[in-house]
Design a protein around this ligand. Structure first.
Ligand code: SF4
Length: 231
């Protein structure tokens, strides 16, 4: 089997990391993370309120982290609660969140999600997957971000950073984010599961980047098999 770059599957043998190495990798990254100037850290420092976490997670889908930070800022300068946000015109929301990806669809979803939260949840962001998935614009990734960051639950939000890095490092050997979420629940120590997304997003923004990862500067380089990384 050959991909469009002409690489064979056998060029990228899968090497699963053992349990002790998983822990070591997580501990190293946690201790190094204070040095990283990653957009996700800016987002987090400005986003501890549950409703804001939810809305910024909806905005973040298929959008650069820097754009998500700025779009969320602009939107919350207009309205801060579900009631206030539901009363904005869709056009106002579109203008505030532009140029995030799919801004028209997201603007509609944000308005409708705000209305549902106000009318059916007393303006409170739900703390369970079932209710979160009822909200327009909320899929498993967004729901898991809310459950882990807001409620501290053992939920693993799998975005492109988490999916890519988990496969490069050999934590999993998967093709889709859904598979990655399932496999990570088996290999990650429980105490790391709610923290994992944030750690991987920051790591993926500054070191293990999608294109040309900084393997020479990487603090876990000696433990990483660098699966499917072009060298
Ligand atoms: S060594 Fe390279 S591929 Fe492995 S985690 Fe570090 S930056 Fe990513």
């Amino acid at each position: 089997m050959v991909n469009k770059e002409g690489d064979k599957l056998s060029d990228y043998p899968y090497t699963k990391v053992d349990e002790d190495t998983v822990k070591k990798i997580l501990e190293i990254l946690e201790s190094e993370s204070s040095k990283w100037n990653a957009p996700v850290k800016v987002l987090k420092s400005k986003t501890s309120e549950p409703f804001r976490v939810l809305i910024s997670a909806i905005i973040s889908t298929r959008t650069k982290d820097e754009v998500t930070v700025e779009s969320t800022e602009r939107l919350f300068s207009l309205a801060k609660t579900p009631y206030e946000l539901a009363r904005l015109d869709v056009i106002e929301i579109e203008k505030a969140i532009y140029p995030c990806g799919f801004f028209r669809t997201k603007a509609k979803n944000i308005k409708e999600t705000s209305r549902i939260l106000f009318e059916e949840f007393n303006s409170r962001v739900p703390d369970n997957m079932e209710d979160l998935l009822r909200l327009p614009g909320v899929g498993r990734k967004v729901a898991n971000i809310v459950l882990s960051r807001v409620y501290g639950q053992k939920a693993i939000a799998v975005d492109t950073h988490v999916h890519r890095i988990s496969n490069r490092v050999g934590l999993v050997n998967t093709k889709t984010p859904e598979e990655t979420e399932l496999e990570l629940t088996k290999v990650l120590p429980q105490e790391w599961q709610s923290r994992f997304n944030e750690l991987m997003v920051a790591f993926g923004q500054v070191i293990c980047r999608p294109i040309k990862p900084w393997c020479d500067e990487c603090p876990i380089s000696k433990y990483c098999p660098k699966i499917r990384v072009k060298r």
